[in-house]
Ligand binder design. Sequence first.
Ligand SMILES: [Zn+2]
Ligand SMILES: [Zn+2]
Ligand SMILES: [Zn+2]
Length: 756
Amino acid sequence: MKNDGNPLVRYAVSINGIVQGVGFRPYIYNRAVEFGVKGFVKNAGSGVVIDAEAPRQALKSFIKEMVQAPPPLSQIEKISIRRQEVQNFNDFKILESQESDQILSFIPKDTAVCEKCLKDISDESSRWFGYAFTNCTDCGPRYSILKKLPYDRCNTSMDSFVMCEACSAEYNEPSSRRFHAQPVCCPECGPQLQLLNNLKQELRGTAVIKKAVQLLKAGCILAVKGIGGFHLMCDAQNAQAIEALRSRKRRPDKPLAVMAKDMAAVEKLCEVDDAEAKLLQSPASPIVLMNRKHDCPLPKQIAPDSSKLGIMLPYTPLHHLLFKEGMNWLVATSGNKSGLPIEYQNDEALKHLSDTADYFLLHNRDINIPIDDSVFKVFRGQKQVSRAARGYSPLSFNMGAVHQLVALGAEQKASVCLSKGGYAYMSQYMGDIKNPKAYQTYKKVIDNLIMLTKTSPCAYVHDLHPDYLSTRYAMEQSMRKIGVQHHFAHMSACMAENRLSGMAIGVIYDGTGIGIDGKVWGGEFLVGNLEGFERAGQLSYMKLQGGDKAVEQPWRTAVSYMSQAGIKDWGIFKNINEYALETVQEALEAGLNCHETSSMGRLFDCVSAMLGLSHSISYDAQAAIMLENIADYGINGSYDYDIYYTGKCLQIDFRRLLEGILRDIRKGRKAGEIAGLFHNTAASFTAEAVEAISRQYGIRNVVLSGGCFENSLLLGLILDRLECKDFQVYFHKLVPCNDGGVSFGQLAAADSMLRR
Ligand SMILES: [Zn+2]
Ligand SMILES: [Zn+2]
Ligand SMILES: [Zn+2]
C-alpha cells in the first residue's frame, strides 16, 4: 500500500457538466483500475465527485485521460481539484448517490445506437444478434422513456421488463459497457416487435423484420414505432407509394424526410459538406436539410417545392435492421395526420393511422413523452437548429437566470422553457397546440419538466396574445404572470443564446405576433437589452383583408397590398376568378375583416403570389420557401423603396418595390431573377434602416431573429451587408429563430425584468 519511492497523493476532484446518466462513473471506475488509483466516485449535485489517491504520476495521468478522452456523451464544463490528506484507501468504489444529491442540470437525452451495439446486433455469436432494442451506457432511449428522477430503471418505461440473469450481471459489472445502463435488455428479457395489418391482425410465420421489409419493397406504407413516436415509412424510390402516403396523410406538398441507409446512400442524394456529415452522424442523429443533387435518384414528390432534402441516418437498432435487407432509402415522416401531433402510443396509433398505414411495426416499450425528430441545417459551416426535439431536447443552457420561471412560448411551434439554478431548460417542439392532443402533450411536458428539474416557479411568462392557448394556460395559474411581447421574445432569445447583455438593435422578421399597440407585428426594428425595448423602426403598416384566410391563400395578401400600392393589375392572377378578386377589393375598401400588419412573412407571401408560385398554401411558410427556392442567387441590383420617419419610428414603405416587381412581370422577366432582386431589396432596406437606427442610438450590435430567418438566402444577404459596414451581427444557432425559440426568449427577458 505504501509506495516507498512514490508517496501517495490524494485529490478531491469535482466535475460539472453533462456527466450524469452518460456512463461517467463506470468510465472513471475503469480508468482508476487501469491507473492504480484508489478512492471512490459518486454523483453529487449537478456533477460528479471523485476522491482519488495514488502516486503523483499515476494521478496526473488519470486526470489527464479523463479530461482528454471522456465518455462520448459527456461534456465537462468545469473541473476543480483540491489536495486532501492521504487516507490510504483500499480500493476504488462507485458509491450510490442519494436522491437528494441529484439536482440534474442535464436531463439525459435520447441517443442514436453506438458503433459497439451495432457490432453486437450484426454478430451471430452475440446474444444481441438481430435484436432491435440493444443499447448500452453510450446509447439508447433516455428522455422519452423517463418518468421521474433519479434516472434509474424503475423510473423509466423499462420498469415492466425484469432483467434476465445475463443482463443483470452486465448491469452490475463495473467493467461492462452496460454497467448501470438503465434500459439494458436482450431478446430473453426485453421488449419485442410485433407486426400487424391495419385490421389489427398479427402477421406471424416469417421473421418480423424480413416481412416488414418485404412489405416496404412491395410499396406498402408502414407505421413504425421508434424512440419518440411513430414514423410513416415507405420506399423512397417508389413514386406511387409516396403519392399514396401524401394523399392519405393529407399532406400534398410539405417536404417528407428521408432516412438513408448510410453516408454513402446520403451522398447519392445530396451535396454533403464536412459539417453536415458530422451532424448527421452525431449522437442526436437529427434530420439535416441539405442541397439535393441534380441526379438525385429519388422522385421529385419527396419535396416538390424545395431544392433541399431533409435526411437522417438510421438511429435505432430497428432502423439498422430494416436497412440490412437491401434498401437504401426510406421515407420516414412523422406518424400523424396533417396538423395533428405525432402518435406515440400503440392503441392510439392503431386507431388514428389505420387509414394511413397498411401495416404497423410495433413494440411494447412504452414512450412516456412524445418527441419528434430534430431538424438542423448548416449555415456557413455552423449548425443551426430549426426544430429542437429528439436527441437535442430538453436543451440545458447556462443562462445565469436568477429566478425560477416557467415560460410558455407561443402557439404554433410551441415549446416551453424553465429556469432553475442558473440553467434554462427548453423543451422540445410540440407543434400547434390549438390541436387538443398537442395541448395535452404540452401540459404533460410542463408538468414533467417541473418535476424533473424540481422547479418551484415564482412566475409564469406568456405572450401578449390573449387567445393563444399558452397565454390562457398562464391565466389559469394562481401565480404571478409576466407578459413578454412576441418579437421582443424573439430578440431576447437571440441575445441570450449569444450571451449579449448590452444594448442591441433587433431585426425581427416574422410571420405574425401581437404588438404592444394591438396590431399584428412582424417586420420590426427593436432597440433595447433584455430588460426592455422600444420600437425604432418597422415595415409600414398595410391593411390586410381576410384574416387567417389571407395567410392560407397568399393571393389575397397580394391583392390587399397591390390595391394599397395603387397597382390594380389583376391579370397576373390567372387562376383566381374575377368574382373572388372583386370580393377582396370591395371588402378592403369597406374595411371589412381587415387588420393592419407590418409582417415580413406577409410581404414574402405577397411577392410569391404575384409571381404565381403559391396562390394557396398547404403548410407553414410554403410561399416563402418557394420564393427562396427559385431565387437567382447571383443577380445584382434591387428595386426601389422609401424610408421615412413617423415620429421617432422609422418606416420602410415597400409600395414602390411592388410596382417594380409588377413592371418586371409585365416585361416577362424570369421569376427567378425577380425573386433574387426581391431578396436583394429586402437586404438593402434592412441594412439602410439599421444604419439609420445605429446613428440615432449609437449601437453597433445587431441581432437577427424571427421565422423569416429560416431563409438562408435572406440571412446571408443581410449578414453580408451589415458585416461589411462593421456591425457586430448575431444570429441563431442553438435556439430556433422561429416560434420554437420564443419560450427561451420569454424566459431570458422575464428574468432580467425581475432582476431590475
Ligand atoms: Zn451502445
Ligand atoms: Zn436479458
Ligand atoms: Zn414569431
